[in-house]
Design a protein around this ligand. Structure first.
Ligand SMILES: [Zn+2]
Length: 345
């Protein structure tokens, strides 16, 4: 099969790789129908040291079940399924609490001997717990929106859930990438009436307004903080959904959060040390939360409104490419000429 590998910063290659096969009785083999490039794929794209051996890439996909291990029930060959960005057994203590990313039998795509999603096919460990059957055909127009359930929609939703967004919550979302826009959509779904989107890319913030943002703040840093404070009568917001991951976004977050508020981070932090003391979090009783989203926990909840067309999260995809063009897809995301790139292998 053809599959995507990263050989170092900026060095994405599509190569012929061994066809995946069932290894464990709990595995499934899935032919990938749609995949995509994630903002978080850009972190290794920026800083992976050059290596002889390529790293498989991609953690968002939906596809058709081609083969099943002997212990997998509830799925059949030919089913169209979506996979969350982490696999899990969906039955251990952590999964039952909705924290599938901490499943002791789980793991992440493109690591530990499991392939990546930017490929023609993939072996799915813990298939019964991981894969969710989609009641549409592989020619459905809903595929882009359904693919967002693999990561970005669930991740934006996780940010809003962790921040306990309700109708009385004033929300600020930092970042106008796909996850930030999904955080806007999710906050709106949870009833928030005031949603301030911090982002400076006109087309993206326009989509954010369609998804439910009420205000857009393009300013950054101290200016951005001042603007959000102005918009909230000097008080700041109850919930900050941080969808960037850089230190300056974290600094903006504690600059705009209201006393007693919540900072919920879903942008993968590109730092280990950050202020948490009196002047940042402690003095104002701020809660800091967030982490990798257990999107498996949210798929059944988010699926009906995607199927009915009540929400169209797939609007974040603004370019579609074939598998051989994946290196161009990375470049386009990196240059910000594409918001999110859909791959049709
Ligand atoms: Zn589990």
């Amino acid at each position: 099969m053809r599959a995507t590998f990263l050989y170092g910063a900026g060095d994405v290659r599509v190569e012929t790789a061994p066809d995946p096969a069932i290894q464990q009785p709990t595995d499934a083999l899935v032919r990938i129908v749609r995949s995509c490039v994630c903002g978080s794929d850009l972190h290794p794209y920026h800083n992976l040291p050059a290596a002889e051996q390529g790293t498989p890439m991609g953690h968002e996909f939906l596809g058709v079940v081609e083969d099943l291990g002997a212990e997998v029930s509830g799925l059949r060959r030919g089913d169209l399924v979506v996979a969350p960005f982490a696999y899990s057994d969906n039955r251990c203590a952590f999964c039952r609490e909705g924290l599938h990313t901490s499943c002791p039998n789980g793991g992440f795509w493109a690591s530990g001997g499991v392939g990546g999603g930017q490929a023609e096919a993939i072996r799915v460990p813990q298939a019964q717990g991981t894969l969710v059957k989609l009641p549409v055909g592989e020619d459905s127009e809903l595929l882009p929106s359904l693919l967002t359930l693999a990561d970005v929609y669930g991740t934006g939703y996780h940010a809003a859930k962790r921040a306990h967004v309700t109708p009385r919550t004033t929300v600020a979302v930092i970042g106008d990438g796909a996850v930030g826009l999904m955080a806007v959509l999710s906050a709106r779904r949870l009833g928030a009436e005031r949603i301030i989107l911090m982002g400076r890319h006109g087309e993206r913030t326009k989509l954010g307004l369609d998804f439910g943002a009420t205000d857009v703040v393009p300013e950054r840093g101290a200016e951005g903080v001042e603007k959000v404070r102005e918009l909230t009568g000097g008080q700041g917001v109850h919930a900050v959904l941080e969808a960037v991951g850089y230190m300056n976004a974290y600094e903006t977050a504690f600059g705009i959060v209201r006393p007693g508020g919540v900072i919920s981070r879903v942008g993968v932090p590109q730092y280990e040390d950050a202020p948490i003391g009196f002047g940042s979090l402690f003095g104002s009783n701020i809660t800091l939360t967030g982490g990798p989203a257990p999107v498996r926990a949210y798929i059944e909840n988010l699926l009906p409104d995607v199927l009915s067309g009540a929400v169209e999260p797939g609007r974040v995809f603004d370019r579609t490419i074939g598998l051989e063009q994946v290196p161009d897809g990375y470049r386009a995301m990196n240059d910000r000429t594409a918001l999110k790139v859909l791959i049709q292998p």
